[in-house]
Design a binder for this molecule. Structure first.
Ligand SMILES: Nc1ncnc2c1ncn2[C@@H]1O[C@H](COP(=O)(O)OP(=O)(O)OP(=O)(O)O)[C@@H](O)[C@H]1O
Length: 299
């Protein structure tokens, strides 16, 4: 697979002031984000930062409390099928395949937004329907070739190894011929080899002219892959920039590692206490300051 970059250019996705409240909880607060053609953009942030909620706002699963989502300059109505029809496809954090359908059938399901034949045409199986069916199957097979699952077209989805199931989800998303693909933790649960293959696959998707926005916790994957990275913390966009900028930003490091709480003793104070304890108990007997969990404390 090639990893040649295509030129970045026009704006594909423009999210403006997206806010999502659940009762008293603001899961996403006034987030702006753009993705341009030819780009792979990463969305990172600690657990509960609002990444998936933001994806759900982009794809019409949630109606944002405030803000707009535009695709190629047109503001999208918050309805998943209209968002897909417009040109945005996604995968989910947890695999959502049709387990008892074949690999090919799963991809064909993803084609339905691009087939124009209606109910009567399908029931009567007229020439128009048969032609559309043939074209859909050809496109589905092209996609299976692309992701390397053509040989397994007749396998049931549930019998595929985990890494192949994740690939199949991506093929199904690509079946709607999107201009923007949203990937929610595509490497979750993968071994390093599978992660590397996924990285190559995402580059290849980008090289086909599809912009990509990806949520991921694997920082090595994100920083290798992305042209730009945005970091959400507690629903707000904390930092956005190149991989180099974001990975060296102290606020991002602090958000992941946790900032010291107010009033926490400084390192020098801790060292003083430890030294005093050692002096009082040079033989190493119990100092009473052990950090071991007390028996029966299972918090
Ligand atoms: N449908 C919902 N109703 C109420 N609260 C929700 C709902 N969906 C998400 N939340 C809350 O919104 C916040 C953001 O959750 P979200 O799943 O978007 O975070 P995330 O960054 O994707 O986390 P993770 O990395 O763990 O997947 C969390 O506090 C979560 O509990």
């Amino acid at each position: 697979m090639t990893t040649t970059r295509t030129a970045t250019g026009t704006t594909v996705l423009q999210a403006t002031g997206v806010t999502m409240r659940f009762g008293g909880l603001t899961a996403v607060r006034s987030v702006d984000l753009t993705v341009n053609t030819g780009e792979i953009v990463g969305l990172i942030g600690p657990n509960g930062a609002g990444k998936t909620t933001f994806f759900n706002c982009l794809t019409g699963l949630y109606v944002p409390t405030e803000g707009t989502v535009a695709y190629k300059g047109t503001v999208l109505p918050p309805k998943p099928h209209l968002v897909t029809q417009a040109g945005i496809a996604r995968t989910f954090q947890n695999i959502r395949l049709f387990a008892n359908m074949t690999v090919l059938e799963n991809v064909l399901v993803g084609r339905h937004t691009r087939t124009k034949e209606g109910l009567w045409s399908a029931l009567l199986r007229g020439p128009g329907f048969k032609k559309a069916e043939r074209e859909s199957e050809e496109r589905a097979m092209e996609l299976l070739e692309f992701i390397g699952l053509a040989q397994k077209r007749d396998h049931l989805a549930r019998n595929l190894p985990y890494g192949d199931q994740r690939k199949l989800e991506i093929a199904r998303a690509l079946a709607s011929d999107p201009g923007l693909l949203l990937l929610d933790e595509p490497t979750a649960g993968m071994n390093p080899q599978e992660t590397r293959t996924t990285e190559e696959l995402v580059f290849a998707i980008r090289d086909q002219g599809i912009a990509v926005l990806v949520i991921e916790h694997d920082m090595r994957f994100i920083f290798n892959l992305c042209d730009r990275v945005a970091c959400l913390v507690q629903g707000e966009k904390l930092v956005e920039g190149t991989s180099e900028t974001v990975q060296s930003d102290e606020r991002v490091v602090a958000a992941y590692l946790g900032t010291p709480f107010e009033g926490a003793p400084e390192d020098s104070a801790i060292e003083e206490v430890v030294a005093a304890e050692k002096a009082a108990h040079p033989d190493g007997t119990d100092s009473g300051t052990s950090t071991a969990r007390p028996e029966g404390d299972d918090q």
